[in-house]
Ligand binder design. Structure first.
Ligand code: IPM
Ligand code: MG
Length: 360
């Protein structure tokens, strides 16, 4: 049976990095008989320019029909001044929420070849392998009411709301425990339960879910402490489960432990493991169109797609191995460049992964 994949290149460097990831996907498909069928559409600023909205209804419908979605990145200064309700990011948030992609997996894995690329000392990060499980369709990103208004005294005021229901917490905690069970069997739940009511409920529900996972060691940490511990001693973590906003912040922070945010893939899954796969980084408008962006995070997102949505572990492993071989060959994009290595552009990096994959 063919696998229908909707490709949404998006904005900025999105189209450049997605083109390389698609080359890798095509080769993997041929080599492992995956039978992928690709179709393309726009999301974010590109969709705003074409349809007048960052996520058109027809695109959403195509996304619903697809077995998986490959996304580049959205946003850029070109759309900074448009109606905030139509900003590129709103398209991304809408597709996440409409498809109920609540389970966001963001691995921070340090390739040994890149130990020197991190801003932290090699001994602090070498061997690092963390998985951040971020709740993606709830919390302050989507909470109502949210409003900007004028107070009686003429001052402007704005506020957001941070709601979490028991069922939302339970399902993301379950993803966290399931992932921990498959890995190092340690789960750290990050919250702000010393201040926030939503975090107090979060902690309570995580404790309840823990009863079904006696084999997983659960700990709790306040988010400020977790931010500090991530740079002090990141290897103490195995799986971190946290809410939408804390996960947004901590995953960017964790990415730098691995040398570059240009290395980090992500998966966003619904209850049936249908998923959208995208790099953790943004659209990098400052380097868009120059052919210098690192495509590895998007290529590794394809690997996650094969693993989580299609249960094609051998093909997924092969892509990761091909990436590792290319790093062994000393090829580096600018963001991970180091002495003694050869700097390459986006396309050359993609071609090298394709060649390595073919030869495996
Ligand atoms: C991410 C991004 C998005 C988020 C933005 C682009 C809306 O930062 O995927 O981490 O905040 O979730
Ligand atoms: Mg982010």
């Amino acid at each position: 049976m063919s696998k229908k994949i909707l490709v949404l290149p998006g904005d900025g460097i999105g189209p450049e990095i997605v083109a390389e990831a698609v080359k890798v996907l095509d080769v993997a498909s041929e080599k492992y008989g995956l039978g992928v069928e690709l179709s393309y559409d726009d999301l974010g600023g590109a969709a705003y320019d074409r349809y007048g909205t960052p996520l058109a209804d027809e695109t959403l419908e195509r996304a619903r029909q697809a077995d998986a979605i490959l996304l580049g990145a959205v946003g850029g200064p070109k759309w900074d001044t448009i109606d905030p309700a139509l900003r590129p990011e709103r398209g991304l948030l809408k597709i996440r929420s409409q498809l109920e992609l609540f389970g966001n997996l963001r691995p921070a894995l340090l390739y040994p070849q890149l130990a020197e690329a991190s801003t932290l000392k090699p001994e602090v990060v070498s061997g690092l392998d963390i998985l951040i499980v971020r709740e993606l369709t709830g919390g302050i990103y989507f909470g109502q009411p949210r409003e900007r208004r004028m107070l009686d005294n003429g001052e402007r005021q704005a506020y957001d709301t941070l709601p979490y229901s028991e069922s939302e917490i339970r399902r993301i905690a379950t993803v966290g425990f399931d992932m921990a069970r498959l890995r190092g069997k340690k789960l750290c739940s990050v919250d702000k339960a010393n201040v926030l009511a939503s975090s107090q409920l979060w902690r309570e529900v995580v404790e309840e879910v823990a009863k079904d996972y006696p084999d997983v060691e659960l700990s709790h940490m306040y988010v400020d402490n977790a931010a500090m511990q991530l740079v002090r001693a990141p290897k103490q973590f195995d799986v971190i489960v946290t809410d939408n906003m804390f996960g947004d912040i901590l995953s960017d922070q964790a990415s730098m432990l691995t040398g570059s945010i240009g290395m980090l893939p992500s998966a966003s899954l619904n209850v049936q493991n249908k998923g959208m796969y995208e790099p953790c980084h943004g659209s990098a408008p400052d380097i868009a169109g120059q052919g210098i962006a690192n495509p590895l995070a998007t290529i590794l997102s394809v690997s996650m797609m094969l693993r989580y949505s299609f249960a094609e572990a051998a093909a997924a492993d092969a892509i990761e191995q091909a990436v590792s071989q290319v790093l062994d060959q000393g090829l580096r994009t600018g963001d991970i460049m180091a002495a003694g290595c050869r700097q390459v552009g986006t396309r050359e990096m993609g071609d090298a992964v394709v060649a390595a994959l073919k030869n495996l």
